[in-house]
Design a protein around this ligand. Structure first.
Ligand code: 13P
Ligand code: ZN
Length: 275
């Protein structure tokens, strides 16, 4: 067996959580990530027949039975993942009945998966239905995105439009826009269901006055989506209180989408404040 600490998926998870912590997005235990893995990626490092512990999920994940996930632990700090991956991460398989997680590695102090695992698994299911290559669900608390939640209408059309106007590349990076949920109680199956419903349409979902979810085929893709929203939100927060004398107009947004060959949410263009 190879040393799992050398596995690309562990190294990438360590690098990503470390970067997110250093960007100030993941205070204390804020944020969580789940990465879907293939059996052939896992088996060089672990005897996949050897289950360390079985942990009840508390919801039905039957559509994901037999799938392997690397998941951040509940209550664990992103800042600590790179120094002690075996304690802060867990590698698990969803049981055949979809009701349990079979722990194969990690959570070495007796811990368990993130409290947001319902939202993660339901979002994985929703994204896989749209894109069979989706592998990552990422949740974090980026500072400026969160700040913007308090001063901008929490409505997906205008929120997306404002973000698109803040940096030229936004409409190219997330032409599908940003879904928005109102404040909801976190760690519940109901916020999981609401998130998954949005994930059928969007790779980015704002949790009102809490944070953001991103989905992608790789850790870099999910991270890059959130990073681009956060940059746009930062520009918004640096300028929202100042008179706006220039803006990227809708015809310029359309030109960008056409030039870069992306299909944008045309119904998200136009806003009362622009024209
Ligand atoms: P966990 O520590 O359970 O992952 O929760 C962190 C968080 O961001 C809750 O939304
Ligand atoms: Zn959170």
């Amino acid at each position: 067996m190879k040393n799992i600490l050398d596995a690309p998926f562990i190294r990438q998870m360590c690098a990503t959580t470390g970067n997110m912590y250093r960007l100030g997005w993941d205070e204390r235990n804020g944020g969580n990530i789940s990465l879907l893995l293939d059996e052939c990626e896992v088996s060089p490092y672990l005897d996949i027949r050897h289950i360390l512990r079985t942990i009840p999920l508390g919801f039905d994940a039957s559509g994901l039975a037999g799938k392997f996930f690397l998941v951040t632990g509940t209550g664990k700090y992103f800042k600590n993942v790179e120094h002690d991956p075996a304690n802060n991460l867990g590698l698990l398989r969803i049981s055949n009945d979809g009701k349990k997680a079979e722990l194969l590695w990690g959570y070495s102090d007796g811990g368990k998966f993130t409290s947001e695992f319902p939202a993660h698994l339901m979002s994985h299911r929703a994204r896989l239905a749209v894109d069979p290559q989706n592998r990552v669900i990422m949740h974090t608390h980026p500072t400026y995105t969160l700040a913007m939640n308090y001063v901008h209408p929490l409505e997906e059309r205008s929120f997306t439009h404002t973000l698109w106007q803040m940096c030229t590349e936004c409409i190219v990076v997330f032409p599908d826009g940003v879904g928005v949920l109102p404040w909801m109680l976190c760690g519940t199956t109901s916020i999981g269901e609401a998130t998954a419903k949005k994930m059928a349409e969007f790779r980015l979902v704002i949790w009102g006055m809490h944070g953001i979810y991103g989905a992608g085929r790789t850790l870099d893709e999910a991270f890059g989506l959130i990073e681009t929203v956060e940059k746009a939100a930062q520009v918004y927060m640096l300028t929202a209180h100042l008179p706006r004398i220039n803006t990227i107009r809708d015809e310029e947004l359309i030109a960008l989408a056409e030039h870069f060959g992306v299909t944008c949410r045309r119904d998200f263009l136009g806003s009362p404040e622009q024209d």
